[in-house]
Each structure stands twice: as C-alpha cells, then as structure tokens.
Design a binder for this molecule. Structure first.
Ligand SMILES: Cc1cc2nc3c(=O)[nH]c(=O)nc-3n(C[C@H](O)[C@H](O)[C@H](O)COP(=O)(O)OP(=O)(O)OC[C@H]3O[C@@H](n4cnc5c(N)ncnc54)[C@H](O)[C@@H]3O)c2cc1C
Length: 461
C-alpha cells in the first residue's frame, strides 16, 4: 500500500495543521509506504526532510520557477503530474491550508489525477480494495481505490524520537514531471489577485449591558434581523446572466444581475454540461460542503478559476470582481477570474438555528449552565478550539479558521477571548453578544453588546 501525503509549510514554518492530521493518519495505516509531496521553493527541502523523521520513507519536492504564483487550479494540475509518476493507492490531503484557506486543491487534484474522492474525513473506517470513511457532513462513504481523502483536524501529529532517522528527498522540476509550462504557476492560474487591503469587517461598536438585559437584547436582535433589508447592488451595471447552484447564493447573485437561473444540485459532470449549454457570465455556489466539493470539481473539469468564500461581489457589467478574506481574515483580497464564466463560492450560513451560543475556555467549569442557557433560548451550541482541544465540546461544534463558519442572526460568545482564528468563523453573524469577565477582552471589539461578568455569578441554577 503506497500512500502519498500532500503537505504545505505554513507562514509560521510549521506543517499546515490539516496536513499534519493527514500525515498522522497515513502513518497509522499498517504496512503502508508513506511518501510526502509538496510544491514549494527549494528552501522547503529542510522542512520536508525533518518531516520524514516521523516515518515517511521519502519526500518529493516539486520546485521550479515555472510553478511560482500558482492558484488552486495550477497547483492541482502540477501535483497531479507527480501523482501520476508516483502512482499511489491513496492520496491524503489536509482539508485546507490556512494560507490559501480555499479547501479546493485536494478536490481539484482528485479530478486531474482521476481518483475517487472522499472529502472532510473524520475517521478512516476500513482500507482494502475500497476505502470507507466517516465524513463530517455526509455520513459514511465507500469509494474504489485509488482514492484521495481530504482530512479534517482529527488527531495530533506524533513527535520525532531522538533516534529517528531522516528519509530521502527528491526534487522534481517541470521537465521531470512533463509539465506544460502554460498550465503551471501564475501563467496557468485562471484567477488573479488585483489588490489586498486591511479587513475591518466584523469590528463593531460595543454597547455594554447587564446580564438581566440579555434576553431583551436577543429579542431585539431577532426582530431587527427579520426587518433587515437585503444587500443592495453595488452599482447600476449588471451582468447579463448569472447561475446559482441551489438557492443559497441568491442574495449575492441579486447584487450583480437581474437575470438569475437557479440550477439544482446535479453531479459535477452534469453541472459542467449545463454551464457549457447556458453560458452564464458568472456561476455562484454556497458554502455548504457539497457546494464546495462540486464547485472545485467543476472548476478542475472545465479549467475555470474559482474564488472561495467571497463576502462581496461587484461588477462593471462585463466582469465579476470578487472579494474574499485571506490570511486568517486579516486582509481582504480583490480577485478577478481570467476564465469564463467567473466562478465563486459565497459565504452563506451553515447553521439552522437563529441563535448560537458559543462556549470558550472561560466557560469550561460551567458548561452545563451554558448548555442550559442555549436550551432556554432555543439556540445551537458552538465552541472555540481551546474548548474542543480540551474535550469540553466536540470538534463538529468548533467555529473558526480550522472549524466551521457560521453567521446566525444572534451569536452569543460565553467565555471566548476573541482570537482572530475564532473571529474568522463568526464575524458575519447578525448581532454578537459577548459575556466575559475581562473588560479588555478582544471579543468586545467584535460584539454589539457586551456583558462584563463572571459566568459563575450570572449563570446560576
Ligand atoms: C493555526 C490556528 C488555527 C486556529 N483555529 C481556531 C479555530 O478554528 N477556532 C478557534 O476558536 N480557535 C482557533 N485557534 C485558537 C485561537 O487562536 C485561540 O487560542 C482560541 O480561540 C482561544 O479560545 P478561547 O477564547 O476559548 O480561550 P481563551 O483565549 O483562553 O479565552 C478564554 C476567555 O474566557 C474569559 N473567562 C475566563 N473565565 C471566565 C469566567 N469565569 N467568566 C467569564 N469569562 C471568563 C477570559 O477572560 C478569556 O477572555 C487557532 C489557532 C491557531 C494557531
């Protein structure tokens, strides 16, 4: 059994957290030959060799000037050529990188490498002639080998022992994998970042209230949400025809076109045919797991640019300009697609309840009381990573950069400090209410209402 693990070095020099989980899962498969694959500048050699000390027999570094500046389509194309040369039984990728934050490359790679695909893997149940996994959103799935799995943050990567030895490394350039230079790097990338600017979104003016005013603040917020006006178009020029897959991206579509066709969720092949037939100016998808998977598959099949997680769209009547948060949400990137139709997933809500109560580390000793508050308000629960990592609440409740994105009408953060990684997953909520004993907690910068209080004192029986 040969398992290829795709890894990327983060801005902090460490392995991307999701790739670390993919690597650990591969190392746990008995009698497997594990090979690491990364596309990066030559300086990443040391990073990869260091990782081989954990158990991979070999690392392959794809490094060539022709690969520089690649978006997800060009990256997946380049990786796929290495995959064809290595010919693994299984490919493991992290769900997403924190740098790119698109969750597209693994899915696109499965199209170019012609493998089966299971996304958002929470547990690998069985590997034989086929592979069966439990997924985050789509239950148990079985597919034939060779298969590509995108792995959630489900384990901790082991540490090297002092006796562990380095494996070997090979550096492959464009010629070694027979790459068409026109399809690699910036030249082969159908999306372009036009500019970036600081992301001020999510910051709010906090009004401090007492705990006894919580329920009336929630009721007001829900009322305001019902009266909320839908987003207005950013200019008078509109695109002639926009398609959406499902209804979820509708209010984004309306900001850039008056002629919107809603397509049903079909297979990626059937959707690709529909797009060729309808020739829309833009194709928009929601941010649920199926939309993310299908959009990346369709983009790879048609060689189209795909901008992930857009929070705003604009048009001059001819082309679509897409805006998305990047680098943990600290900046906003303005992006255009060089291919037609432009494709984007837009940040739509994935929660069903009107209210979410999120528990942070500060709520660890009072979690039953926080749950009771959520029940009383008819709210869903959520958690910070620190609460999840310490087994206070399960991972599927984690909101943030390495969890899920939610945008309910009301988000109540209890004992949450407001780290940028958490804010990235909830900044688009309607009204944010924070309960924290520290009046200087950063969460108050992102809250409409603040309650400075000790949970122990306000959430009593
Ligand atoms: C690469 C990376 C990815 C990450 N991804 C995520 C992610 O997806 N989601 C996420 O949430 N985090 C993520 N993190 C972690 C993030 O940086 C923070 O460490 C985490 O969000 C902090 O969780 P917290 O707010 O629960 O805990 P803390 O930062 O410890 O804050 C606890 C808060 O509770 C308050 N408090 C304590 N006791 C009480 C009390 N009795 N009553 C009232 N208030 C009290 C404190 O004042 C404090 O503000 C990530 C980090 C990294 C490096």
């Amino acid at each position: 059994m040969k398992i290829l693990v795709c890894v990327r070095q983060g801005l902090d020099g460490e392995i991307n957290p999701f790739d670390a989980c993919a690597y650990e899962e591969a190392l746990r498969v008995k009698n497997a030959e594990v090979i690491l694959l990364s596309m990066a500048p030559p300086a990443a050699k040391g990073f990869l060799l260091n990782l081989t000390r954990l158990g991979a027999q070999k690392a392959i570094l794809l490094s060539d000037l022709a690969f520089a500046g690649a978006d997800t389509v060009a990256t997946a194309y380049t990786l796929s050529l290495a995959v064809k040369k290595i010919n693994p039984d299984l490919i493991f990728c992290g769900r997403q990188t924190l740098v790119g934050d698109t969750a597209q490359t693994g899915i696109m790679l499965s199209v170019y490498a012609n493998t089966s695909l299971i996304t958002n893997v929470m547990h690998i149940d069985e590997i034989g002639k086929s592979v069966t996994c439990t997924t985050r959103d789509a239950g148990r799935q079985t597919v034939q080998m060779p298969a590509l799995l995108t792995i959630e943050r489900i384990n901790n990567l082991r540490l090297p022992s002092i006796l562990s030895k380095e494996g070997t490394i090979e550096v492959w350039g464009a010629c070694d994998i027979g790459a068409d230079r026109e399809k690699c790097g910036l030249r082969g990338s159908p999306t372009r970042v036009l500019k970036t600017f600081e992301n001020e979104a999510g910051k709010r003016k906090c009004k401090f209230i007492s705990f006894s005013q919580l329920e009336s603040a929630v009721a007001d917020a829900l009322k305001k949400n019902r009266e909320k006006v839908k987003p207005e178009a950013c200019g008078s020029a509109k695109l002639a025809k926009v398609c959406t897959v499902g209804e979820a991206p509708m209010h984004f579509a309306k900001t850039v076109s008056d002629n919107i066709i809603v397509l049903p969720f079909l297979t990626a092949e059937a959707l690709a045919e529909k797009i060729a037939e309808l020739k829309p100016d833009a194709l928009l998808w929601g941010s649920d797991w199926l939309s993310k998977k299908l959009s990346a598959q369709v983009a790879a099949m048609l060689g189209l640019g795909l901008c992930a997680d857009c929070t705003r769209l604009e048009t001059d009547g001819k082309k679509l300009i897409m805006y998305r948060p990047a680098l943990s949400g600290s900046i906003i990137a303005e992006i255009e697609s060089l291919t037609f139709p432009a494709m984007a997933t837009v940040r739509t809500t994935v929660n069903s309840a009107d209210i979410i109560v999120a528990a942070g580390w500060g709520a660890r000793e009072h979690i039953e009381k926080v749950k009771a508050l959520a029940k009383k308000l008819g709210a869903d629960m959520a958690a910070t990573r620190k609460a999840v990592d310490n087994n206070i609440l399960p991972y599927d409740l984690q909101v943030g950069l390495t969890g899920k994105t939610v945008s309910p009408p009301v988000y109540i953060a209890v004992g949450v400090s407001g780290a940028v990684h958490h804010i990235a997953g909830m900044r688009r909520s309607g009204t944010v209410i924070a309960i924290n004993s520290d009046k200087n907690a950063q969460i108050f910068d992102y809250a409409d209402y603040g309650i400075i209080a000790d949970i122990k004192e306000v959430l009593n029986d």
